[in-house]
Each structure stands twice: as structure tokens, then as C-alpha cells.
Design a protein around this ligand. Structure first.
Ligand code: TYC
Length: 138
């Protein structure tokens, strides 16, 4: 059996703000003075500064696998239809897969890559071809 999806390694979540103690910075100082103690109020507290980190969407390769039964013409149709290749490009990729066993159809953010894999697999199944497509982290 050929696995349909490669396991995706877990990544640390960098999308949430984190609070860190900054030596020499009093609590609230980075927020334009809001929270600064008034006369007679204590300055004791945990100094924090909010850092927002954005996470780059990770990219995934969509791979096409060779088999002995799917017609070459069908693979070319798939590459044109789902990966917007012209006839020359699609023929080159199909022959590469035929000769080497595996080839890259494109590199996309996870959700798009997953959708492409599902579209190819559905289309192949409906046409009764054993063509296999999978994804891996780029
Ligand atoms: N090996 C197939 C044949 O000889 C052609 C083929 C090419 C199949 C690429 C799958 O991903 C593939 N008919």
C-alpha cells in the first residue's frame, strides 16, 4: 500500500503573542505608560513585553507516483487540468514520473496541496485508474 499522506511533523505555534520578562523594563512601560504607577503606588510586578510572531505558511510538494496501468495520456490530462501545465510541460513531467517513479507536480501551502491530491485521486478513481498522488513537506 502506498500511503496517501506523509506524516506532517508538528511545528511550534508561533501565532500567539508571548509575554516575556525584559530586564530593566517595568511592567506596562512598553504600552505607552498605561499601567505606570501613580504617586505612592508600588512599582513591583512582573515586567512584560508582548511580542507578536507571525507564522509563515509552510509549503508542501505534491508528488505523482508511477504505476504500470494508468495511461500516459490520462496523466497528461491530470497535469493540465489540476496543475495548469501546458501540453509540453505535462508531457515532460509525466515522462519523468514514468522513468524515475516519482515527480513533483507543484509546491503549495498545505490546504491547497491537500485539495490537489484529493482532486487527482478522485478523478483517477472515477476513471478507474490506479494513479497515486501524495504530498510531502517542502
Ligand atoms: N507508467 C505508465 C504507463 O506506462 C504511465 C504513467 C506515468 C503512470 C506517470 C503514472 O504518474 C504516472 N502507462
Amino acid at each position: 500500500m502506498i500511503p496517501q499522506f506523509s506524516p506532517v511533523p508538528a511545528e511550534p505555534d508561533r501565532s500567539r503573542p508571548i509575554a516575556v520578562a525584559i530586564p530593566g523594563v517595568r511592567a506596562g512601560e512598553d504600552e505607552g505608560g498605561a499601567g505606570r504607577p501613580g504617586q505612592g503606588e508600588s512599582e513591583i510586578g512582573i515586567a512584560t513585553k508582548t511580542k507578536t510572531r507571525t507564522k509563515k505558511p509552510s509549503q508542501f510538494r505534491v508528488l505523482m507516483l508511477n504505476d504500470d496501468y494508468t495511461p500516459m495520456e490520462f496523466v497528461v490530462v491530470v497535469l493540465k487540468r489540476f496543475f495548469h501545465m501546458d501540453l509540453e510541460q505535462a508531457t515532460r513531467v509525466m515522462l519523468h514520473v514514468h522513468q524515475k517513479g516519482v515527480g513533483v507536480c507543484g509546491i503549495f501551502p498545505y490546504e491547497i496541496a491537500e485539495t490537489k491530491v484529493n482532486q487527482v485521486m478522485d478523478f483517477a478513481r472515477k476513471n478507474q485508474h490506479p494513479l497515486q498522488c501524495t504530498l510531502e513537506k517542502a
